[in-house]
Structures are given as C-alpha cells and as structure tokens.
Design a binder for this molecule. Structure first.
Ligand code: G3P
Length: 498
C-alpha cells in the first residue's frame, strides 16, 4: 500500500523532492541548487532544462535514500516559484530562451508605458494586482517580442507558455509525446492575465498585453488528478499544484478567514486567508487566489510580497563575502549588541509591498567608523523583520483584522535572533510549527486530498503542531524608535532616482 505522498518544491534557488507520511512528517528529502544567471543589472534568469534535470535528480535521490519506489507514493503535488516565465517548443520541448525570474525587472519600461493610461492600478479590480514587472504576463510579452520567431509560433500554438508548474507537469506527463499543458488557479492568478472573479483568461487583458491565447495553459483547480507521471514516478497521479506561497498557506492549515502565515525564503511572503470573495486592497497588498480544492469554492487571500529577504543574506555571502555560508549570519549578528546605527534597505528589485516602486534602490545607511560586519549582519536580518512589519500594518489597515499571532516558515526561521526580533518589532507573538517545510507539505496536502489519502482539512489541521513561540519583549519606546528609523531609510531608498 502507498503510505506516502511526495512533493516537488521548485523554488527560486533550488529544487527539492520531499516525501511525507500521513501525519505530515518528512520521511525523505533531497535538494539541489541551480544557477542564478544575471546577464545585466535588473535581469535574472534560470535555465529551464537545468531545473527539469535537477527536479528528476532530486526525485531519484529522495526515493533512493529510503529505498522507496513509485509504488510507495499515493500521489505527488507540485509547488513552485511563482511568476517565473518561460516559453518552449511544443514539438521538441526546447525552451526558446532562459526563464525570466520573478525578480527580473526588464519589463519596467512596458509597465510605465501601460500605467500612463489609467495609472498603475488600472487592472486591480480584474486581477487584484498593480501593474508591476513582478508578474508573468508582461514577461511573456517581452519574450514574444524579443525572441525571433516566437510570436508567430505562439500564435500558431507551436510555442507554449508556462510558469514553472506548467513546465514541470508538461515534462512529467510525457513532454513532446502528449504532455499536459495546464496550470492551477493560484499560479494563473499571478500572471495578471486571469480574471480573479471568473478564473478564466481575460480577453481584454490579453489584447492589451498582446498575448495570443493559443500559447496559454488550461486553468484547473489546485487539487485534482491532472494525469500520471512518467519516468521513475511512472503511474503516480499528479494531483496537486499550488504556487509556493499559497502552498505554505495550505501547509500551515490557514483554512479559516483571518489566519495568516509568513514564509521567509528568497523573498518573504505573508498571506492571509480572506474567505470566498476576492478582498480588495487599498494599502499596497495583492489580492490573489489562496487555493481551490477540486470543485469546492475558491478561497482568496491577501498577500504582502517582499522581494528580498534570505536573498540579502546570500548577497552578503556571495557578493560581499562577509560570511562563508548562510548559517554564519546568526552568530555574526549575535557578536554585537545591536545594529550599531546601521539600516539596510534591500531594494534590489525596487520595493514590492506595500510600496510597489520600481525605482527604489538598495542602501546601507548610518555607517560610522564604529560599524563592523557584525552590525551589517544584524541590520540584514532586521531588514526582513521591518519589511514584514510594514506588510502586517497594511493587512491590519486593509482588513481591520489585527493578526493575533504570526505563523512562520521557510529557511530563515531557524534563525532564532530573527524570530525574536520579529516578535519584538511586530509586538505580536511569532510561532514556528514543527514542520517548517510547509510549502512542500501544502502541495502534498493538495495532492493527497484529491486522491483520498487525507480525508479532509480537519485531518490536516490536526497534523499542525507548534515547535516554538517567541513573545514580544522589547520596550515600546525602543520599538517605536527602530520602526521610525526604518521608515526614514525606506523614504530615502524610494527617493533614490530623485
Ligand atoms: O513570488 C515569488 C515566490 O513564489 C518565490 O518564492 O520561496 O522561491 O522565494 P521563494
């Protein structure tokens, strides 16, 4: 009997395959990083073939580690870095260009141009999103306009568009030999091409963005049997797809309106379940699909997206070399008492929520001769906490709901200094669950619900358990001073272009 469910978690910096048991515990895991390609400032690309190769490799490895085979898996789910955009040849499976990663800002000029008429929020009521370089629709347009011959082939249906979920499912279900060209509602909601109310591609937006419908995947729910996998997973139903942040919402079992989670990965993404109707934002948040399980009602979410969180730690490691590995950041930050007056605003891709400003640039401020790399490390961690505070404030303003405690997950939550500081600047308790791989877990849950491995969301809620809770312990005066310093630094970053 199949006792497990597997999840492919294809993220911004690495691909993983995780096998879960019925209690939601990790049975086996394998992970592999892929290259980040930076052809010029603002451009960020991935090689889609490397991602597909790595995905197959981690599946093989995770199964091999525990002597598992396809027969041990009741289903597999897929979760992915969202918005990252690629096109490929339907006959050969060859990508026509590297994937344009969600952080890539090359379409800014198109964004500015479109915003001239009707402003940056002209598509908000239909899509829940402001015009921004973040989403896939305009990235797709760039590819169609800049890759020779791509547009004509896309119009003929010979070139296919996909986010990473679509690319993986197409390959897993046979590729050129009849692979399924599909996506789920959560990923589709990040293209800015889908109408949030009808959950279909919006003809008017397709015309505005000059996107031929023939290259778009079919939109399905987040939890249903899409087809059987091939290769080493032969015969295992692929039965769940969720964008990674929505997957974490499911993995954290935030099934009730008002429940929220914050995932600290490359970026940092807070999502709050807002129930069965799209909830409009006036405070710089995104309205997005949370999940849709089969034919059940669609659940929507409000999202605060922060582009740079863990990526700042990687930048300190890779670009400045002040740490040897990401885990060195915590001891280095602990080597000093406070940030020594330093503030870092990591506006590497402009600033996302709640500012949505493409011209903002990163800065390190407050430098004196006293400052050491310990202060820089501390300020880097604090930047994530301050950005989260801005997003939580926006959520409270938009919904009138003050989050009582924040469920956290993602790679950075092993950092206890960060978790305590987060509770302090929010003045809200922060909770880390026992399983912090909630992104993969959410995709596994979606797949296992579709195939009857799990009976319903009640069973999933029972799987969720607290590992650690951090209570706020900072004096109000200090918190207010730090928050004010952050706000001042952000204003300077926003003003960078003058
Ligand atoms: O929207 C981008 C997001 O899905 C990327 O997530 O975990 O790879 O930083 P992550």
């Amino acid at each position: 009997m199949a006792n497990y469910v597997g999840a492919i978690d294809q993220g911004t910096t690495s691909s993983r395959f995780i096998v879960f048991d019925r209690a939601g515990n990790i049975v086996s895991v394998a992970q592999k990083e892929h290259a980040q390609i930076y052809p010029k400032p603002g451009y960020v690309e991935h090689d889609p073939l490397e991602i597909w190769r790595n995905t197959q490799e981690v599946v093989d490895k995770a199964l091999e580690k525990k002597g598992l085979t396809a027969r041990d898996l009741a289903a597999i789910g897929i979760t992915n870095q969202r918005e990252t955009t690629l096109i490929w040849d339907k006959r050969t499976g060859a990508p026509l260009h590297n994937a344009l990663v969600w952080q890539d800002t090359r379409v800014d000029p198109i964004v500015q141009d479109l915003a001239k008429e009707g402003g940056p929020d002209r598509l908000r009521s239909k899509t829940g999103l402001p015009l921004a370089s973040y989403f896939s629709g305009l990235k797709l347009r760039w590819l169609l306009d800049n890759v020779p011959g791509a547009r004509a082939k896309a119009e003929a249906g010979d070139v296919l568009f996909g986010n990473i979920d679509t690319w993986l499912v197409w390959n897993l279900t046979g590729g050129p030999a009849g692979g399924r060209h599909i996506t789920d509602v959560t990923n589709a909601s990040r293209t800015q091409l889908m109408n949030l109310h009808s959950l279909t591609w919006d003809e008017e937006i397709l015309n505005l963005f000059e996107i031929p419908k023939a290259c778009l995947p079919t939109i399905l729910s987040s939890s249903e049997v899409y087809g059987d996998a091939s290769g080493v997973l032969a015969g295992v139903p692929i039965a769940g797809i969720l964008g990674d942040q929505q997957a974490a919402l499911v993995g954290q079992t935030c099934f009730q309106p008002g429940e929220a989670k914050n995932t600290y990965g490359t970026g940092c993404f807070m999502l709050m379940n807002t129930g069965e109707k799209p909830y409009p934002s006036t405070c710089g948040l995104l309205t997005t699909v949370g999940y849709r399980f089969g034919t059940a009602k669609t659940v929507y979410a409000l999202e605060g997206s922060i582009a740079i969180a863990g990526a700042l730690v990687q930048w300190l490691r890779d670009n400045l070399g002040i740490i040897g590995s990401s885990t060195d950041i915590e001891p280095l930050a602990r080597s000093v008492e406070d940030n020594g007056g330093v503030t870092i605003v990591p506006a590497f891709s402009g600033l996302f929520a709640p500012h949505w400003n493409a011209d903002a640039r990163g800065l390190i401020g407050g430098l004196t001769r006293f400052v050491t790399k310990g202060h820089i490390a501390r300020a880097a961690l604090e930047a994530t906490a301050f950005q989260t505070r801005e997003v939580l404030d926006a959520m409270a303003k938009d919904t009138g709901i003050a989050v009582k405690e924040l469920r956290t997950d993602g790679g950075m939550v092993i950092n206890e200094l960060l978790m305590q500081f987060q509770a302090d600047v929010l003045n809200v308790p922060v909770i880390r669950p026992q399983v912090i791989e909630t992104t993969a877990l959410g995709a596994a849950y979606a797949a296992g619900l579709a195939t009857g491995f799990w009976t319903g969301t009640d069973e999933l809620e029972r799987n969720w358990a607290v590992d650690k809770r951090w209570k706020p312990s900072m004096e109000a005066a200090r918190r207010d001073r730090l928050n004010a310093e952050w706000t001042k630094a952000v204003a300077r970053s926003l003003d960078w272009a003058g």
